[in-house]
Design a protein around this ligand. Structure first.
Ligand SMILES: [Zn+2]
Length: 188
């Protein structure tokens, strides 16, 4: 479910579009007419992991996704943890795997969700046990992986390049097939 910010979190007054002078000039944002609180609507950081186990990459399918859609492990950061701690925690919670090397791949936009993806490559080990959020997983050899045209897919492509594999992307038709039904699925 996606929530819309309508009330001031300090004083519960209805927010209103109000123009104020900011560093970049005059800017209309949702602001509180009573106490001056501004809804900045900054993007939320999301952590993503390319999980490598014994030379193969684990992709997983979310319970809300279409049957052909497998992707990276992702999750939100918790207050008080570093991104590296956060991705190790997410990988453990979602797959039960223990990570022993965590390396930054890059940061990627996800404009539609107002998120910024911080992508890591992790080496992991252990027995896979999925969280209830995930319904299936597959291990891929590096040359079997196909990338998708979105932030986490570009992260996978950049990582494959760093390992000497020229990334192959799904064709537009394959990607449409992979995503079929997704746009009707409930959003988080
Ligand atoms: Zn207020």
């Amino acid at each position: 479910m996606r929530y819309e910010t309508r009330f001031c979190p300090h004083c519960a007054t209805d927010l209103a579009p109000i123009v104020l002078l900011e560093d970049s000039g005059e800017k209309e944002r949702l602001r509180c007419p009573a106490c001056g609180w501004t809804h900045w609507n900054n993007p939320t950081p999301v952590l993503a992991a390319i999980v490598e186990v014994n030379g193969r990459v684990l992709l997983a399918r979310n319970a809300l996704w279409p049957s052909k859609m497998y992707a990276l492990i992702t999750g939100f950061m918790e207050a008080g943890e570093s991104p590296e701690e956060g991705i190790a925690r997410e990988v453990k919670e979602e797959t039960n795997l223990d990570t022993h090397a965590v390396r930054l791949v890059g940061a990627y936009e996800f404009l539609r969700m107002n998120q910024v993806i911080i992508a890591y490559h992790v080496q992991a080990e252990g027995d896979v046990k999925l969280s209830p959020e995930l319904v299936d997983y597959r291990f891929y050899e590096l040359d079997q992986l196909k990338c998708w045209p979105a932030g986490t897919g570009y992260a996978l492509a950049d990582w494959l390049r760093s390992r000497g594999h020229e990334p192959v992307f799904f064709t537009a038709e394959e990607n449409a097939e992979r995503r079929r039904g997704l746009d009707d699925a409930p959003k988080d």
